[in-house]
Write a protein that binds this ligand. Sequence first.
Ligand code: 8YV
Length: 325
Amino acid sequence: MSRPDILVPAPMREMILDGLAPHFTLHRLYEAEDRDAMLAAVADRIRGIAISFRPVDKALVDRLPKLEIVANFGVGYDNVDAAYCGTKGVIVTNTPDVLTDEVADTAIALMIMTVRELPAAERWLREGRWKSQGPFPLTRGTLRGRTLGILGLGRIGKAIATRAEAFGMAIHYHNRSRQADVPYTYHPSLVSLAEAVDTLMLVAPGGEETRHMVGERVLEALGPEGVLINIGRGSVVNEAALAAALRQGTILAAGLDVFENEPQVPQALLDLPNAVLLPHVGSASVATRNAMGQLVVDNLVGWFRDGRVLTPVAETPVPAMSPRH
Ligand code: 8YV
């Protein structure tokens, strides 16, 4: 039997491609000079897609009549039209769990970096100002006495909450519905969450439902001692409103690991001294990215070998059938 054809629209880590190569015929679209011609030549044979952060939209799905599965590298899958895939019986998988602790660690680090201005303090030392000008100025912000609000208390949100508890923070949260099994204070709206806390951690997924949820109103509710941390998706924040709030002192500071149009970061944010900006490194250690990559491989191999996937997303109907060999 011939090996199933897998489309790789954009570059992926070598370890993923090495893991897939023995089982599949890989079509690396990004290597083609004429991508459209290459896609047209193989479209009828493609049964799976391996993707990282690039769109898999209706148009692409419709071009691939034999498509069975889209394996996404990343727990967030707003790049994939999973609802449409669901209606076509196409499975979508993501990479949950294996990155939870790494992302939660990064979230806490970014929160402390932001509140205590640690990147600026390090620049002060490297620029020789400690020697020439004396100690770094005392920071207005402290973690002591802060209350943390989490938007999106899922797996990663809970791992962040557990860590924040160890720092002595009280925890509140907003989700679409109250979680039965947590001791934290629930708020039925994001505005009421922002009013109740002074540190707001965004762990929400991207997509239309959460687009620009954080704008002027939420930032005003967070208030002048407010700190905003975003580790989920950039699209959740209205970046222009955030830049204005930081400039005007509506909130104290922000720490961002994600942006609306990565890798573009608005100049208005780059110009601000009270924004700590990271290049989407939440899960970016070799060990964690390898574990995520292995899950991409295992989902594809599992489907075509055993008719089973490890981590289907919510929109995917539980695959009852075996692959169409
Ligand atoms: C990855 C992420 O960096 O898992 C996610 O949703 O945002 C990150 O872990 C990203 O998906 C890789 O391209």
